[in-house]
Design a protein around this ligand. Structure first.
Ligand code: ZN
Length: 417
């Protein structure tokens, strides 16, 4: 049964999407289906389009065939904000035939620092209306499908099912997990991007044999623990860079060329101007894309969306306090609750127990010792501290800011990711 479920996940939608790095190269005979240079169901390009897309079609990786694939493609962009802006613009300019946009926000003056889809005259206007006008001006050949709503557990599968590729331009965890999970259920590529301060990430989830976002981060952080961009700030150009990467991956998926960011998390730091890459293995125990998934039901996202954030009651220790404690030779047990692939990048002298394994490893831990838990930024470790406290541990502290804060304050030679 499980293998059947697994097969179902990757069964293409009724109107199959044939692009993607993992898809076999298109059979040459398909081009002949509709006559020379044509693709069945897609009329040949008109004169205006031929001129417009000339710089694409001279690329041997694209040609007329690729341009027709782009014209036939249906792409959904979730969120027309910082990431959605460049993605929408580049995909419309590229000639994607049908662009769906999910957004229920209005343009705010504070958006204009990074959301290049809009102008000052658009302030107060629904983003979708402003986006439609901008796209119509940019490329009238594109059909925009507006979804003036928030993506929810109830509507996500319906909305996503009409598209070949989904671009996640969301700025919050409930939507990010929802997009991931719905893409996993429907077997659709999820082109992921996120930005925070000067740092960005991009990857492509939801492909056959590739991991999903939950393989990387199994559970969402507790509500309120991660500051939003409104609180923490974001360099305006950063979503331009990450969103453009998402647009590039989307076009590669459509034309089935190149190496997709599958199983690879691209990390970008604008401050030091460096890209790094993290391998993301598919987690065989993943509750969403693993073989044991038994349901097409999506989890209840409101649970972690609407739960009161509240100030953290987690006992914390700063990197300097921990350093002093370790230097003094105290008997402190340090636990790293990150995943092994993260531990390989940088680590403290610690016991590695990924967050998901903490409940089954309680007997390995000495309750009489002081325990300090850390992860990358202090979010997962806060969850671990909460769990250990509930389980009766009384001397447990969370390393504030995680190993990134340690790298900043104690050990600048430590690689950051
Ligand atoms: Zn997964």
């Amino acid at each position: 049964m499980t293998s059947k479920k697994n097969d179902t996940r990757h069964t293409p939608a009724p109107e199959p999407f044939r692009g993607g790095a993992s898809a076999p190269p298109a059979a040459p005979s398909r081009a002949e289906d509709a006559g020379p240079g044509g693709i069945r169901g897609i009329p040949p390009l008109g004169e205006e389009e031929t001129a417009r897309y000339g710089r694409h079609m001279v690329l041997p990786e694209v040609t007329l065939r690729g341009q027709l694939e782009i014209k036939r493609a249906r792409v959904l962009i979730v969120g027309a904000g910082g990431l959605g802006s460049p993605t929408v613009l580049y995909l419309a300019a590229a000639g994607v035939g049908r662009l769906g946009i999910v957004d229920d926000d209005a343009v705010d003056l504070t958006n204009l620092q990074r959301q290049i889809l809009y102008g000052t005259a658009d302030v107060g206007r629904p983003k979708i209306d402003a986006a439609i006008a901008r796209i119509r001006d940019l490329n009238p050949n594109v059909t925009v499908i507006p979804h003036r709503t928030r993506l929810t557990r109830e509507n996500a599968l319906d909305v996503l099912s009409g598209y070949d590729v989904v671009v996640d331009g969301s700025d919050n965890f409930p939507t990010r997990y929802l997009v991931n999970d719905a893409c996993a259920v429907l077997g659709k590529p999820d082109v992921y991007g996120s930005v925070f301060r000067f740092e960005g990430q991009a990857s492509v989830f939801g492909l056959a044999d590739g991991p999903c976002y939950r393989c990387l981060y199994p559970e969402p952080p507790p509500p309120g623990v991660v500051p939003s961009c409104a609180e923490a700030g974001v360099l305006g150009v950063l979503p331009g860079i990450i969103g453009s990467i998402q647009a590039a991956e989307t076009i590669k998926l459509i034309i089935g060329r190149g190496e997709i960011l599958k199983g690879r998390l691209l990390l970008f730091d604008a401050l030091v101007m460096k890209f790094r890459e993290l391998k993301v293995p598919k987690n065989p125990a993943c509750p969403v894309c693993g073989p044991q998934r038994t349901t097409r039901e999506l989890p209840d996202y409101e649970d972690f969306c609407d739960a009161p954030a509240g100030p953290s009651a987690t006992p914390e220790i700063t990197p300097r306090e921990l350093k002093a404690r370790l230097d003094a030779g105290g008997d402190t047990l340090v636990i790293d609750v990150r995943e092994p692939h993260e531990n390989r990048i940088c680590r403290l002298d610690a016991l590695l127990i990924p967050l998901a394994e903490i409940p089954s490893r309680l007997d390995d831990l000495d309750r009489s010792r002081d325990i300090v838990v850390y992860c990358r930024t202090g979010i997962r470790s806060a969850a671990a501290v909460a769990f250990l406290t509930q389980a009766g541990f009384t001397r447990v502290w969370n390393l504030r800011g995680g190993i990134l804060a340690w790298a900043d304050e104690i050990d600048p030679t430590m690689p950051k990711y």
